[in-house]
Each structure stands twice: as structure tokens, then as C-alpha cells.
Design a protein around this ligand. Structure first.
Ligand code: PAF
Length: 282
């Protein structure tokens, strides 16, 4: 496995791979890898000639400087996990290799037609703009045939699909299911920050989401939304930031069950912000 830090070295390798007709599967990450990431990597390894993983804590998608500074970084540990999973190439650039100072202070603004102003977008303004800024740069550099994203970040995935359409990227976006702990808790790098006691409480999030499926036939989306919020808020230390049942393509709030529905949630467990989602089958 090769670790590349320079964009120029990466471009030389990509040119060679393209010349040899190799297919490239790409998994973008910010490091602090867990079993959810590794599942994406294994799928990319199985479905392509070469698997490339980026590890880059992207400054432009953080609203909060302390959050950015505190983001866990452990390249050595991540590299070992990736090698074991069959990844051939890690691209781990420094920020100034990717952005010039102007791009950080004066950001390029994308238009997602409202996909980015709801849910996460309401609470983390500018976040998705930063995600698209970095993912589009990586797509240009790496030119992957397929790119793998987890459904845990449901809104991110919807926006990436939109970006690929608008910017005409020749890449297939592969949606990968949420990987959960045996308790049901969705895997996340942030779970590491939970105490054992908080972990038990956080399990209630997925438990309530799964339970809510049983009521979808009897309750309207609005009533089910209230039910989920009340149930989760009744657990000490859990506080729902938002829960919305939305159309899985447009991400607009549903008033009836006539459209494909997904319930997306953000919950604070103590100081740790967790997200999860669930599909409702008609
Ligand atoms: O999902 C993430 O970890 C990040 O948003 C991504 C896609 C790697 C872009 O920085």
C-alpha cells in the first residue's frame, strides 16, 4: 500500500492507472476510521481494480474551529486498518496542497436547490458547501469510476448525487448501508467520545427509530415525528436537535406517506452530536 501526500505525485499515479485501463474505486474519509468506513473500503476493493482512500480533515466543512482542531487524527492507525482491508493507495494531503488561502476565506458557493438548507444545513450553515468543495476537488484529481458513501450521512449522499448530476462527473456514486454496532447504534467516529453510560443511552436513538416503523401505518408523518422526538427526549442526557420525516430524494418534509420516506435525526448525547436515519416502507 502506498501513502501519497503530494497532489503531483497522485496525478502521476492516476495517469498511469488510467493509461493501464484500471478501474478506480474511491472512498473519501476524514480518518478516525471505524468498521463503517472499512465496509466501504472492502466494497471498493471488491468492485474495482484499485481502491484509493483519501484521509483529509477538510477545514471548509467545519463551522466551529474548536471542532476542527479537536477532530481525531491518527494516520498510522488508519493506514494499518486500510492496508488490512486491501486498500492500495492512501491520499493524505496537507491543507495547503488542496486549498489556496483565497479558497478558504472566499468560498465557492454551490447551489443545491434547497437540499442543503434543511436539517443538517439549518444547524450547520456552509457545511455542505465545504463537503462539495472537497469532494469535487477529489473527483477531479482521482477520476474514480465509482465512489462510495455511507447512508448514515443521508443528506450528504443526496447532495453528492445532485453535485454529480449538475457538474457532470463521470462517476457512479455507490450508496452503502449504515453499519451498526450489535446494540443498533450507528457507527461513527464520534462514538469514541461517549462514556460507557452515554453509549447505553445513545442506543435508544436507533431503538426508537426502528420501533417507529411499527406506527407508520397508524400515525401521520407529523404525529410520528412528535412521537419519536418525545420518546428520545425522555431519555436523560439525550436531546433531539431535529427529527424530520422527508422525501428521500427532495428532502422536503412529508405530510403524507405517499412518497418514499426517510426519517433523519440529530441528537445530542451529552456534548456529542450523533446522527442516524431510518427508511419507512409504505
Ligand atoms: O463524510 C465524510 O467523512 C466527509 O464529509 C467527506 C465526504 C470525507 C468529505 O470531507
Amino acid at each position: 500500500m502506498k501513502l501519497i501526500r503530494s497532489k503531483f505525485e497522485l496525478l502521476t499515479d492516476i495517469q498511469l492507472l488510467k493509461f493501464l485501463g484500471k478501474t478506480i474505486g474511491f472512498v473519501p474519509t476524514m480518518g478516525a476510521l471505524h468498521a463503517g468506513h472499512i465496509a466501504l473500503v472492502k466494497r471498493a476493493v471488491a468492485e474495482n481494480d484499485i481502491c484509493i482512500v483519501s484521509i483529509f480533515v477538510n477545514p471548509t466543512q467545519f463551522n466551529n474551529i474548536t471542532d476542527l482542531e479537536k477532530y481525531p487524527r491518527n494516520l498510522e492507525r488508519d493506514a494499518k486498518l486500510l492496508e488490512n482491508a486491501g486498500c492500495e493507495l492512501i491520499f493524505a494531503p496537507e491543507s495547503d496542497m488542496i486549498y489556496n488561502s483565497d479558497e478558504i476565506s472566499n468560498r465557492f458557493e454551490f447551489d443545491f436547490g434547497g437540499l442543503d438548507t434543511v436539517m443538517e444545513g439549518k444547524f450547520r450553515p456552509g457545511h455542505f458547501n465545504g463537503v462539495v468543495q472537497i469532494v469535487s476537488k477529489f473527483f477531479q484529481l482521482i477520476q474514480p469510476n465509482k465512489a462510495y458513501f455511507g447512508e448514515k450521512d443521508f443528506q450528504q449522499l443526496a447532495i453528492i448525487h445532485n453535485m454529480v448530476n449538475i457538474l457532470n462527473f463521470d462517476v457512479e456514486i455507490v450508496d452503502c448501508p449504515i453499519i451498526r454496532e450489535s446494540s443498533g447504534l450507528a457507527m461513527s467516529s464520534r462514538n469514541e467520545r461517549l462514556t460507557a453510560e452515554q453509549c447505553k443511552k445513545a442506543v435508544e436513538i436507533s431503538k426508537v427509530l426502528f420501533e417507529s416503523r411499527n406506527f407508520a401505518a397508524q400515525l401521520s408523518p407529523k404525529k410520528l415525528t412528535r412521537w419519536v422526538i418525545n420518546r428520545i427526549n425522555s431519555v436523560p442526557e439525550l436531546e433531539v436537535e431535529y427529527f424530520e420525516i422527508v422525501n428521500s430524494k427532495t428532502l422536503q418534509t412529508l405530510v403524507s406517506w405517499s412518497e418514499p420516506a426517510v426519517g433523519c435525526i440529530a441528537v445530542y448525547c451529552g456534548e456529542v452530536r450523533l446522527i442516524d436515519n431510518i427508511r419507512y416502507i409504505k
